[in-house]
Design a protein. Structure first.
Length: 132
């Protein structure tokens, strides 16, 4: 049996009005802002002497920096997506509703993947901190 996993919420949202997609983009921005706050917390935690000096602690610190940079790229892409929506709503030529929705679908997938990866990173950090 050939099955594919899809997010029913994402599929439903892609058929929704542009205002709903705009709201989801705003939620993504808020989520990224929250993640940035969490990475500042992790940076402080990982700066503690007993963690900082271990090899695993160094690896976690590097992963934390990578996530911080990825947040910025993802946030920039969402802002560009929002600007595309503004141009679409103004009726600018060369921009279609379908293109916007396809871009939204791709961003949604990136957010899903990144959310799952960041959750795993958090588990690693907290698991390591508990062992100290």
């Amino acid at each position: 049996m050939n099955t594919t996993t899809s997010n029913p919420k994402a599929e439903l949202l892609l058929g929704a009005g542009l205002d709903v997609l705009h709201q989801e983009s705003r939620e993504w921005q808020e989520e990224i802002s929250f993640w940035k706050d969490e990475t500042r917390f992790f940076a402080k935690l990982l700066d503690k002497k007993e963690i900082k000096e271990s090899e695993y602690g160094k690896m976690l610190k590097n992963l934390d920096k990578v996530h911080e940079n990825l947040f910025d790229y993802l946030a920039d892409d969402i802002i560009a997506h929002e600007k595309l929506l503004a141009r679409l709503e103004k009726g600018e030529k060369g921009i279609s509703d379908g293109n916007y929705r396809e871009q939204h679908r791709k961003l949604n997938k990136r957010m899903e993947v990144f959310t799952n990866e960041f959750k795993e990173f958090k588990k690693m950090v907290f698991g390591y901190a508990k062992k100290l």
